[in-house]
Ligand binder design. Structure first.
Ligand SMILES: [Cu+2]
Length: 504
């Protein structure tokens, strides 16, 4: 059975169909089935438990290609975790069983939920005990493409945190879909088999911004120089041996089967613990309709998607170029090690083709209207991000305004204080050469300035701040409780790059 022939009914009732072939959702012409049917994919039926979904966190073997088996902690024994569909504003109940020996946190990334539900120990969410369970009730929202993942600290343990398989997509159905489309395809990008290296090769030049900020560059480079002159090697980075889309390596999944003239809506999630990913489809372009699940004011067409750790991009591809193509990462090495999936037009066969796209700079502000302005904030917080090379047992220590979040697991007090209803601006300055996917829990933020240029209208929950760059984001304090702010790069957040807001 090809993925494109999977109706929503088949899709929902057979979890086996989900794994390995691409999370291919429904065509709009199919009848819409609600939560109840989807829940029947869970091991226990809702009639038995009262929950809309049941998730089991457990250690399992996942096959990413024939005879290539990975051992990882997963949701329900599969990677990615099952697609959870919610209805905006309709209360839901989820049972989360932890069948492992380690207490767990399940984070509802991008949702405006309470501290008790959010899934971050730093905020005070209770752990899901080892061999225990939590029942979580909440009202999903806002609408759009969200996800869920573990929020456990990994530190130096490459089997823990998001290095494993604890990532799954969430779709909260809005009242109106952004843009017209014929088919919906969910893609989760994720690497496996991590290992440590000294120094890395993170792509840098894809982000569109002005020249690096001189002052930030001097600060960062002089700190690095001092460290290296003492004979300290570069801090640890993480690399990977296996790359997958929806848990299968390129060439080992069922192709995404399309027909000429179709408009396919791709919901792409970068489920990586540490990496930035790119995606291109030869002969096609992407009309970006939403970023992090939030519709963009100006759905611009681009040749390449760049997606930071934990970011999501929703884009429509008009299928007008028949053939058999590789939808894949621009990094040749990563694509050859699996980061891609085949797109096959009806009636076409043969070896899938890859053609590198034309040079292109990714710029968030291209998806909003020029000249858009944001309201003035009530208060602005300054945040400078800095790296202390290899300062934490060989790992880089990260600081926000000179302070590293404690690595002991002990609760830390909030650094920033909010008043409900006020609008806050975060003036972020990156004094390192790394790109940081900055994340705010339980709130969305609006990009209001990039490299000194004002902008408005782009709502996100993760934002890539380039090396030695400056940006500003605004958010409204409308969801009381402890609120975690961190870089979503697992190595960075685990080694200091976190802080807390509270409401006073
Ligand atoms: Cu970072």
């Amino acid at each position: 059975m090809s993925p494109s022939s999977v109706s929503r009914r088949q899709f929902l009732t057979g979890t086996g169909v989900l794994a390995g072939i691409g999370l291919v959702g429904a065509s709009l012409d199919l009848p819409c089935f609600g939560l109840d049917l989807l829940a029947s994919a869970a091991p226990q039926s809702p009639e038995q438990t009262g929950a809309d979904y049941t998730l089991h966190i457990k250690n399992s073997a996942i096959e990413i290609a024939p005879k290539r088996i990975i051992s990882a902690t997963t949701y329900n024994g599969q990677f990615p975790g099952p697609l959870l569909r919610f209805k905006e504003g309709r209360q839901t109940m989820v049972d989360v069983h932890n069948d492992t020996d380690t207490p767990e946190q399940l984070h509802w990334h991008g949702q405006k939920v309470s501290v008790d539900v959010d899934g971050a120990a730093e905020e005070g969410t209770p752990f899901i005990p080892a061999h225990g369970k939590r029942r979580i009730a909440f009202t999903p929202g806002p609408a759009g493409f969200r996800f869920y993942h573990t929020h456990n600290r990994a530190g130096a343990d490459l089997a823990a945190g998001q290095y494993g398989g604890e990532v799954g997509p969430v779709y909260i159905e809005p009242a109106h879909e952004p843009g017209r489309y014929d088919r919906e395809v969910f893609l989760v990008l994720k690497e496996f088999k991590p290992s440590f290296s000294r120094g890395g090769d993170m792509p840098q030049d894809f982000l569109s911004a002005a020249e690096p900020n001189k002052e930030l560059k001097e600060t960062g480079e002089s700190a690095m120089k001092v460290s290296l002159s003492k004979g300290v090697p570069h801090g640890y980075e993480v690399g990977y041996r296996s790359f997958t889309i929806n848990g299968r390596m390129l060439g080992h999944a069922e192709p995404i089967r399309v027909k000429q003239g179709e408009r396919v809506l791709f919901h792409v999630l970068n489920g990586s613990a540490t990496e930035i990913r790119s995606l291109a489809l030869p002969g096609h372009s992407f009309q970006v309709v939403a970023l992090d699940g939030n519709p963009v004011p100006n759905p611009t067409t681009v040749p390449v998607l760049w997606i930071g750790t934990a970011e999501r991009v929703s884009a429509i591809v008009h299928m007008t170029h028949p053939g058999t193509w590789i939808l894949g990462d621009l990094a040749d090495d990563d694509r050859r090690h699996g980061m891609g999936i085949v797109v096959e037009y009806a009636g076409r066969s043969g070896k899938p083709q890859w053609i590198a796209p034309p040079p292109f700079k990714w710029n968030y502000t291209g998806f909003t209207r020029p000249g858009a302005t944001a309201p003035a904030p009530d208060e602005t917080f300054d945040m400078t991000f800095a790296k202390a090379n290899a300062a934490e047992e060989g790992f880089n220590r990260w600081t926000i305004h000179g302070v590293a979040y404690p690595m002991t697991g002990e609760p830390a007090p909030a650094t920033f204080h909010l008043k409900q209803g006020k609008r806050y601006r975060l003036r972020m300055r990156n004094a390192s050469d790394d790109i940081h996917p900055i994340h705010l829990h339980r709130h969305s933020f609006e990009l209001t300035s990039l490299a000194g240029k004002p902008t408005a209208g782009i709502l996100k929950d993760v934002f890539m701040l380039g090396g030695y760059q400056e940006a500003e984001v605004d958010f409204v304090a409308d969801n009381p409780g402890m609120t975690l702010f961190h870089c979503h790069q697992q190595l960075h957040m685990d080694f200091g790059f976190m802080t807390l807001f509270d409401y006073v």
